[in-house]
Design a protein around this ligand. Structure first.
Ligand code: FES
Length: 82
């Protein structure tokens, strides 16, 4: 059984590794292949793990891996706040 890396979208380690084997070289590309990072936390929990996995698979330093853009987490707010 493969570990869950993105718990918001229930994306497993194996799915991310497969995306990298299929050609994903950036966090955004892994996101497009798997939806990892598209959940409620917007990648705050899984982004660094995905970066490390890409770096590991491509035998590069993690600082060389292009990260995705940061967005605020989506949270419901009351209409009167708007
Ligand atoms: S854990 Fe991946 S988007 Fe939240």
């Amino acid at each position: 059984m493969s570990k869950i890396i993105c718990r918001c979208e229930e994306v497993t380690e194996e799915e991310i590794l497969q995306a990298i084997r299929d050609g994903a070289t950036t966090v955004d590309e892994v996101k497009k292949f798997t939806r990892a990072g598209m959940g409620l936390c917007q990648g705050r929990t899984c982004r660094k793990a995905v970066e490390r996995m890409i770096a590991n698979e491509l035998k590069e330093d993690v600082s060389e891996i292009k990260t995705s853009s940061y967005r605020a987490p989506v949270r419901p707010i009351k209409m009167k706040v708007l």
